[in-house]
Design a protein around this ligand. Structure first.
Ligand SMILES: NC(=O)c1ccc[n+]([C@@H]2O[C@H](COP(=O)([O-])OP(=O)(O)OC[C@H]3O[C@@H](n4cnc5c(N)ncnc54)[C@H](OP(=O)(O)O)[C@@H]3O)[C@@H](O)[C@H]2O)c1
Length: 316
């Protein structure tokens, strides 16, 4: 069911007001939904700071935007590897030295379906390390400026939150026993989503209303995600799926995050994404979220554990 406010087509960038004077910080813009999201924001006059791991790809991305939108766009990049906490901290301090406000931090970059267990330099399973802990630290370090700017945090989750074991495997967070690519990816995306709703709880408990936090997902979008980190079989399966009507262009996959980053009066309790078949495609709006994603006891335990693991405490 699409959000009636946005009509039958659901939310599209046609509804986005001019974004001049606003600053957006986005992780993972060298391909896929992040690439499209940054481009649309630039086309609406926003300032965009891209947080990417590959400087050459960042340069190429800027060249492609300029080619399409002209030279008069306000885009820059800072290099980050979300899978290395030292890099995340360095990038956060560069962001704070570069921009005077953050209207939205869009946590978009990710790896998926990593076929064999890989442990990051900080000691976490790689999808948890990149998708979850990388963004956890980034959000915490940028939070003070986001608060000062009355800005937002937008997390790009996945319908994978409802696959795998549907909770956090506290007794074996790294999947040392019985690693499965999809379960590990699903846990990382569930953890990302849970953190948004737990952040809302913590902000409310502290009586803070300036920062908004949103969870969304891109449905099933034709991007580089599986090609970058998935196994041969996964790449083959998704390659075939891309030919079916169960997938949509990467641009459409950017709409939920763009809506959450820019639309006024959006209910933070909602979960935003395509509202068509299986929530993979279709008009963008709020849709059902299974209760395990808002399990307060699990979310609190995960948050406390994450502060302990990263050594980063949120200043809420
Ligand atoms: N596509 C889908 O159907 C789908 C479904 C559900 C959820 N999602 C979510 O949508 C978001 C965007 O993914 P996408 O589909 O657009 O995939 P994508 O085309 O592979 O884009 C992922 C982006 O993340 C960056 N990235 C990967 N590892 C990184 C790291 N360690 N540090 C910094 N950046 C890193 C990639 O950079 P490089 O170019 O350097 O690799 C790329 O810019 C992700 O959060 C994903 O979980 C996608």
């Amino acid at each position: 069911m699409s959000d009636k406010r946005f009509g039958k087509k659901g939310w599209t960038p046609e509804l986005m007001k001019p974004q001049n004077g606003k600053t957006f910080v986005i992780t993972g813009t060298t391909s896929g939904t992040g690439y499209e999201a940054a481009k649309i924001l630039l086309s609406k006059g926003a300032k965009v700071v891209m947080l990417n791991r590959n400087p050459k790809k960042s340069e190429d991305t800027i060249a492609a935007y300029k080619n399409e939108l002209g030279n008069n766009i306000d885009v820059s990049y800072i290099t980050i590897d979300l899978g290395i906490q030292d890099s995340v901290k360095k990038a956060a301090s560069e962001v704070l030295n570069t921009v005077s406000r953050i209207d939205a931090l869009m946590c978009n970059g990710a790896i998926a379906q990593v076929p064999k267990q890989v442990i990051t330099v900080d000691g976490w399973e790689s999808q948890m390390g990149v998708n979850y802990f990388g963004h956890f630290t980034q959000q915490a370090l940028l939070y003070p400026l986001i608060e000062k700017s009355k800005g937002r945090i937008v997390t790009v989750g996945s319908m994978g939150y409802n696959m795998g074991i549907k909770t956090i495997k506290f007794d074996d967070l790294n999947w040392d026993k019985d690693y499965k690519a999809n379960d590990a990816y699903s846990q990382s995306k569930l953890a990302q989503i849970m953190t948004i709703y737990e952040l809302q709880n913590r902000l409310a408990a502290a009586g803070k209303t300036d920062v908004k936090a949103y969870a969304c997902h891109p449905g099933s979008s034709r991007t580089a995600l599986i090609k970058t980190s998935g196994s041969f079989m996964m790449r083959l399966t998704f390659g075939l799926m891309k030919l079916s009507p169960l997938t949509q262009p990467a641009e459409n996959g950017a709409y939920p995050a763009l809506m959450c980053a820019t639309e006024e009066d959006l209910d933070e309790k909602g979960f935003y994404g395509p509202t068509g078949r299986s929530n993979w495609v279709g008009p963008v709006g709020a849709h059902h979220l299974e209760p395990h994603a808002k399990d307060k006891a699990v979310a609190k335990r995960l948050w406390d554990l994450s502060e302990q693991e990263t050594g980063i405490k949120w200043n809420i």
